[in-house]
Ligand binder design. Structure first.
Ligand code: FUB
Length: 325
């Protein structure tokens, strides 16, 4: 049986959970961490993932099932390595799996693969989404049917290298008092396979309406964007990377701007945090990962979930990962 704050599965290492409810059932789209002894570095070379396994649960108390391999790197013509954090969206009667990976020149882009089933197998497009770069795609299908893709990650995710719209191998460091880089957003075409516009950078503002600065590492965007709607507002949540928080900002439209609100989750065991937020049977849940299953090895992570609560003003109540609540 699935238990909150415990690993959802223990037979494989999993991370970066994107959770959804499709047809009344819970589906979790995680990365699949491989066991190896590679070195950790700021380029993320330790995250050597090659395939995706999709997890499912009938409800939050039911057993969590591994539905087997849904997509493998060897079947994606443009990929050379590192299939990182994916997401899935449903539209037009089909399921679309979005995933980042390095191309043959070792540049990260975002690919898409299609299936009639939420657990795959997924058939990849021959090439990555034109104009895509960096990592960590997350897709919101809005109430009017428009779909938006959010993505981007610093350091190993290469977001700094695409500031000009072209790939620059060694970009100048962004000064601490300059505006921090935001995640990217693009509207997707109706067939969900390409960008309809953009991508464009999202602005995250502080309480005074000023853009968050690059040196503000407790609040600035690092990686792992997620978008959900609560009471008609758009909640952009993300990881702060170096300071290991999950935080969020609120806006009135899918492309923002967004105003920083606060923390969702304090740091977990392991370097990375990466999450999703989903409503299940009238309650809200945070899906996230830590490295507890491997005793703290950064690239051997495990997916967990727990209930998330809002206060009466729509603020998310900050959680400590190992509290007793
Ligand atoms: O899993 C590989 C990378 O680590 C993800 O893309 C990031 O969000 C971080 O979790």
């Amino acid at each position: 049986m699935a238990k909150q704050k415990e690993p959802l599965v223990t037979h494989i290492y999993t991370a970066d959970p994107s959770a959804h409810v499709f047809n009344g059932k819970i589906y979790v789209y995680p990365s699949h961490d491989l066991e190896h002894d590679g070195e950790d570095n700021d380029d993320g070379d330790e995250y050597q993932m090659e395939d995706y396994h999709i997890l499912s649960m009938d409800n939050v108390d039911a057993p969590c099932i591994d539905n087997g391999e849904a997509l493998n790197m060897r079947d994606v013509p443009w990929v050379s390595k590192q299939m990182w954090a994916p997401d899935c969206a449903y539209k037009n009667g089909k399921y679309y799996l979005y995933f980042p990976a390095r191309d043959k020149d070792l540049r990260f882009h975002i690919g898409v693969a299609v299936s009639d089933s939420p657990v795959g197998p997924f058939k990849p497009e021959d090439d990555y989404i034109k104009g895509s770069f960096s990592i960590d795609p997350a897709v919101l299908v809005d109430d009017d049917g428009s779909a938006y893709i959010y993505f981007g990650g610093l350091w190993g995710g290469q977001l700094e290298k695409w500031q000009t719209g072209e790939f620059v191998e060694n970009p100048a460091e962004i000064p601490a008092d300059a505006k921090a880089l935001g995640p990217q957003v693009a509207k997707l075409t109706d067939d969900m396979l390409q960008f309809a516009d953009g991508p464009e950078e999202i602005t995250i503002l502080d309480e005074n309406g000023e853009p968050i600065k690059a040196g503000d590492e407790d609040r600035r965007y690092f990686e792992g964007p997620w978008m959900h709607k609560y009471n008609g507002k758009y909640y952009l949540s993300y990881s702060t990377g170096t300071t290991h928080y999950l935080v969020y900002a609120i806006g009135d439209s899918p492309k923002g701007p967004f105003t920083y609100q606060g923390r969702i989750l304090e740091p977990v065991i392991g370097w990375t945090t990466h999450h999703s937020i989903v409503e299940i049977d009238g309650k809200w849940y945070l899906f996230y990962h830590d490295s507890s299953l491997s005793g703290g090895v950064n690239h051997r992570r495990c997916v967990k979930f727990r209930e998330l609560k809002y206060d009466e003003n729509g603020k998310i109540i900050t959680m400590k990962p190992y509290d007793e609540d």
